[in-house]
Design a protein around this ligand. Structure first.
Ligand SMILES: C[S@@+](CC[C@H](N)C(=O)[O-])C[C@H]1O[C@@H](n2cnc3c(N)ncnc32)[C@H](O)[C@@H]1O
Length: 267
């Protein structure tokens, strides 16, 4: 099977499962030993969200089942979202950051969540309906192909632990650039994982890719991709060690996975 299709199917399979059953066998907590399946440590989505920088008081305002504990940062914390803004969240999952942003844009603004996984969209839409959010919408789309949003129409693009899952990261950044308002009015604030060492194509493990590890770029290559898509000023807002991976059996070196939050404005 075509490698790209194979990875995409695996990603969808994994996130369909998480949407249906929660995040029990997925590892997304910074520098913890939750990946050690021999231990019985189970950490709730709320606890893991706290560990990556979410404020509990804010989480208490949004639907509980939108918090899956699969992010790696808190982009809304840095985004300075204003009343009336149009916000797009890429890879919105069950909607955690969409709902947080919805409280900031209020009735005159709008937040659009984009995801490619049916059950994530279903869960997010059910949350929106049940909790009567009128200023949110969830659209189906593959962000590395085309983001289903008009050119030059968005004030803020946010994303949390998603771009590392894409293979065509450059096109993803170009798509973000396309939908943002120009002349300094549109900005992106993304949280994502980067690695100290990229993995060779031959050594990619689909499971590790789906868990946001093997698709990670180095910080330098990540920033290079953002610049190549048209952004000029790039600011690192936060940077934290996320996990350390021991050397692999097939000669892979020890790797450090780091969570970063990045801001860039479309001039
Ligand atoms: C690690 S989860 C993060 C979810 C959410 N941002 C959060 O913090 O809870 C990744 C999400 O991105 C979605 N996703 C992965 N690749 C995608 C793509 N190419 N286009 C759209 N959505 C994608 C998955 O379906 C999943 O819901």
């Amino acid at each position: 099977m075509d490698k790209q299709l194979h990875l995409k199917e695996k990603i969808m399979e994994q996130y369909e499962k998480i949407a249906l059953n929660g995040n029990s066998d997925f590892c997304c907590v910074p520098s913890s030993d939750c990946c050690d399946t021999s231990s019985e440590i189970l950490i709730s989505p709320f606890e893991s969200s706290k560990a990556i920088g979410y404020d509990v008081d804010k989480l208490n305002l949004i639907p509980e089942s939108s918090v899956l504990g699969v992010g790696c940062g808190n982009p809304t914390r840095f985004a300075d979202i204003k009343e009336g803004d149009i916000v797009v969240d890429l890879g919105s999952g069950a909607g955690i950051d969409v709902f947080l942003a919805a409280h900031q844009v209020k009735e005159s603004g709008k937040v659009i969540g984009i995801d490619m996984t049916e059950n994530m969209l279903k869960k997010a839409r059910e949350n929106a309906e049940k909790h009567r959010y009128k200023n949110v919408e969830f659209r189906k789309g593959d962000i590395e192909q085309r983001i289903p949003v008009d050119d030059n129409s968005v004030d803020v693009v946010i994303s949390n632990c998603v771009i590392n899952l894409t293979e065509d990261k450059l096109n993803t950044f170009k798509e973000i650039y396309r939908i943002l308002k120009s002349e300094g009015k549109g900005k992106m604030i993304i949280s994502d994982l980067v690695t100290s060492k990229e993995i060779d194509t031959d050594s990619i493990n689909a499971g590790n890719w789906c868990s946001c590890i093997d698709g990670a770029l180095t910080k330098e290559n990540y920033i290079k991709g953002i610049k190549k898509s048209g952004f000029t000023d790039i600011e690192i807002l936060d940077e934290k060690l996320y996990m350390e991976l021991e050397a692999g059996e097939e000669g892979q070196e020890k790797r450090q996975i780091t969570s970063i939050s990045i801001k860039s404005v479309k001039e």
